[in-house]
Design a protein around this ligand. Structure first.
Ligand code: FES
Length: 108
């Protein structure tokens, strides 16, 4: 059985854990913007040009997400507080495989 809705566990910028129900096929960035109120997240609208949608993916989920392309790599090169778990959430499309994914929003 595959559901069209998956659960995301997100630690927001205040350090609070939020559970989000998200539709498969949306980008991670769009769902976070819809569910978590904050300034300056996803400012470029998802065209990989701002890095404000920066998130840290919990290690065990990293290899379930499609690899970074060159644009994402070079944008992350210019971002702050980058870790090995860093991704730009506008470049991540939600699939059934990501049901239960845990992540943390990078600081503004
Ligand atoms: Fe700007 Fe992701 S929304 S890089």
């Amino acid at each position: 059985f595959m559901s069209d809705t998956i659960a995301l566990y997100v630690i927001d910028r205040k350090g609070e854990k939020q559970t989000i129900n998200a539709e498969v096929g949306k980008t991670l960035k769009d769902v976070i913007i819809r569910e978590i109120e904050m300034d300056h997240f996803g400012d470029c609208g998802g065209c990989c040009a701002c890095a404000t949608c920066h998130v840290y993916i919990k290690d065990e989920w990293l290899d379930k997400i499609s690899a970074k392309d060159d644009d994402e790599e070079s944008m992350l090169d210019q971002a702050f507080d980058v870790k090995h778990t860093s991704r730009l959430s506008c470049q991540i499309s939600l699939s059934e495989d990501l049901d239960g994914i845990e992540l943390e929003l990078a600081p503004e």
